[in-house]
Design a protein around this ligand. Sequence first.
Ligand SMILES: NC(=O)c1ccc[n+]([C@@H]2O[C@H](COP(=O)([O-])OP(=O)(O)OC[C@H]3O[C@@H](n4cnc5c(N)ncnc54)[C@H](OP(=O)(O)O)[C@@H]3O)[C@@H](O)[C@H]2O)c1
Length: 259
Amino acid sequence: MKTILITGATSGIGYALAKYYAKDGVRLILTGRNADRLQDIISVCRDQGAEVHGAMMDVRARDIMSPWLVDMDRRFQINLAIANAGVSGGTGISADGTDDEDERQLREIFDVNVNGVLNTVAPLLNRMRERGIGQIALMSSLASFSAWPTAPAYAASKATVRIYGESIRGAYKKDGVKINVICPGFIKTPMTDVNPYKMPFLMDADKAAAIIAKGLEKDKARIAFPWPTYAFAGFIGLLPASWALGLLSFFPKKPARTK
Ligand SMILES: NC(=O)c1ccc[n+]([C@@H]2O[C@H](COP(=O)([O-])OP(=O)(O)OC[C@H]3O[C@@H](n4cnc5c(N)ncnc54)[C@H](OP(=O)(O)O)[C@@H]3O)[C@@H](O)[C@H]2O)c1
């Protein structure tokens, strides 16, 4: 039986990934904070034939995450862990009138997107290295390729995750552990539903989940898509900083997180 852990499975891409993998012979370990949505995805996956274990878990709570992950891994030997949970926010005006990126938002984004990912990866990485097999996927973004004045903390958090993920792929390949970094463009989820602007090549979450799963199956170092957005992000990343900033400052601002 294949055991797959997905953090942030209660919504969007994580939810779609859980549905994609759910079938006979698969054991899913799903987390999120919203009890109703967690129950919903557990039921959906059980109906599709998977064995499902759900846990309400805040990825920032290292003291709880670490022993729980070790316990799950001891019981089930996790084959694939997808550190997906994340939040976003920018320097624009949100629905409740919040404007700009204050320290609360900056720290929340780093806590969830960076510390939350590390809290998921670290306890499992050591155990997988010890047994010489396993796979860990870290959720970054195409936003990781540039310094976005429209969403500074989000872009920086995703850049951190991408560089860390690609670095440990190189460091621990010899130990038999596969590490993959996922860099999606715009995917239609509650995270992007708040954006008051047209998003180029916006993709359905189920389609994104299928692309991600196929990339993981092939053990791709970087699963970046859709390609036109990836090409644009890569091009901006190659420009001198002042040119890139000049160009990116014309883009609409991502709304700040609501209070
Ligand atoms: N949508 C896009 O266009 C896009 C593009 C590139 C990368 N991404 C990345 O993909 C990942 C999923 O995003 P999404 O679009 O699917 O967003 P989403 O629909 O808002 O889902 C975010 C998920 O993360 C969970 N989460 C948030 N904070 C958490 C915390 N402190 N502890 C535990 N779980 C937490 C949420 O669970 P609860 O609500 O239950 O807490 C939810 O399941 C994120 O890392 C995001 O940055 C998204």
